[in-house]
Design a protein around this ligand. Structure first.
Ligand code: AMP
Length: 416
């Protein structure tokens, strides 16, 4: 038997309905913020992620699905959405003549070769929002607002925005020096990966999953103490805006996020201090890194799978339809013909309708009525059909009424 791959899931039944519900709420919200939908290809040139996400990140070093196609091209399955969206932005020269920001949202599958566990998949779905063209703090606030309110609309009222700033290039580089000084005497006590990070990108040490609880990391210098005046003022302004917008945030000075491309704002959204539901920040350098003209940008990505898990764990009622409107029962061939066109008619009129297609006995069809939780049922009857009438029955109250074939839709409309 061929089974599904580790870290992947078939999505069907109730789980599929829950996703559809969440997807619809998120899409509607993104439209309100005037973000347009985008979908990028599942595979891209490997170089996009090597340069875009960063050669020294865990994601690129350990987690990408890389392969060669039959034309010997180096390709990678998309592990995240920002680099592909930036590639799209540059390729379509959307940077020219920007009088308004370019704002897009996506809902895409991502692929990461991670050790699968609860909430950590190899095929995962992320919703993300990216905004290009504005370096104003109001754009950071808008993206944080969109992310924060997405969770609240989904019923996760207690989400918190964990906020930090890396500052501008100058602040970040001062901070980096301070980190190198600090870690130098301790480096042999950290994991092998961290020893490598120390050489290539010491900020990443703060993100290490292995050394997360280590006191050395806990007492490391904080970005916030190395900000220049401009970066400090910017951070203060962002906090003011978030307060005005009534967004629940805490400053978390340990937050640096694993990717190379962030500057200034970084944030994660979490629930009751448990794992992150999503994260994002400002990435003013990325468009240039990928050969476009310097363009400010800010974005956020949320894990759909984890969001739904959090909703379930927190008792959020996810409304899913588990009933149909009408079941049409029949026995004879003539009745079957009527069933065939009536179901089509009523479906096209907007009702969820089912009929027998397994040659079941009438008794077995009645069982299907209950299994489908049908609100109404009609037992077709040749004699009655000669007068162009059927009897429609409310499956709960058992009340019934005779109506013309042409009036079934009206009847359902009036009674549901
Ligand atoms: P990242 O792109 O790593 O910042 O992740 C953003 C969000 O995507 C995280 O906060 C998670 O909610 C979700 N996520 C990341 N990796 C996984 C994974 N392997 N499985 C499920 N969700 C994930």
């Amino acid at each position: 038997m061929i089974t599904k791959q580790k870290g992947t899931n078939d999505i069907y039944g109730e789980a599929a309905k829950k996703r559809a519900y969440v997807n619809e709420i998120l899409a509607t919200l993104c439209e309100k913020y005037n973000y347009g939908y985008i979908e990028t290809p599942v595979f891209e040139a490997s170089e996009l992620f090597h340069r875009g996400v960063g050669e020294t990140t865990d994601m690129v070093q350990k987690e990408t699905y890389d392969f060669k196609d039959r034309g010997d091209r180096d390709l990678t399955l998309r592990p995240e959405g920002t680099a592909p969206v930036v590639r799209w932005f540059i390729e379509n020269k959307l940077y020219g003549n920007m009088t308004d920001p370019v704002k897009v949202f996506y809902n895409m599958k991502m692929y990461r070769y991670e050790r699968p566990q609860s909430g950590r998949m190899r095929e995962l779905t992320q919703w993300g929002f990216e905004c290009f063209g504005s370096d104003e703090v109001i754009s950071d606030a808008e993206v944080i607002s969109l992310a924060y309110n997405a969770y609240r609309l989904l019923g996760l009222d207690d989400v918190v925005v964990e906020l930090n700033t890396l500052g501008d290039t100058e602040s970040r580089s001062n901070y980096r020096e301070a980190l190198v000084e600090y870690f130098k005497p301790h480096i042999k006590d950290l994991c092998e990966d961290c020893q490598e990070r120390f050489e290539k990108n010491p900020l990443r040490i703060l993100d290490c999953k292995v050394d997360a609880g280590n006191d050395i990391l806990k007492h490391a210098p904080k970005t916030i103490d190395y900000l220049n005046e401009e970066s400090k003022a910017r951070f203060e302004k962002l906090k003011d805006l978030l307060e005005l917008m009534d967004i629940n945030y805490v400053v978390n000075t340990n937050l640096v996020r694993g990717l190379d491309y962030y500057n200034h704002t970084v944030f994660e959204i979490s629930l009751n201090g448990s794992y992150a539901l999503g994260g994002g920040g400002r990435y003013n350098g990325l468009v240039e890194t990928l050969d476009g003209p310097s363009t400010p940008a800010v974005g956020f990505a949320m894990g759909l799978d984890r969001t739904i898990m959090a909703m379930e764990e927190n008792g959020v009622n996810i409304p899913i339809n588990d009933s149909i409107d009408l079941y049409i029962l029949y026995v004879s061939d003539t009745e079957q013909e009527t069933a065939a066109y009536l179901t089509q008619d009523l479906r096209l009129n907007g009702f969820i309708v089912e009929t027998d297609s397994m040659k079941k006995s009438l008794k077995a069809q009645f069982k299907s009525v209950d299994r489908f939780n049908s609100k109404y049922l009609i037992v077709l009857n040749e004699e009655e059909l000669k007068t162009n009438k059927v009897t429609i029955k409310d499956n709960k109250t058992k009340e019934e009424e005779q109506v013309s074939l042409n009036d079934i839709a009206d009847y359902l409309d009036m009674h549901m």
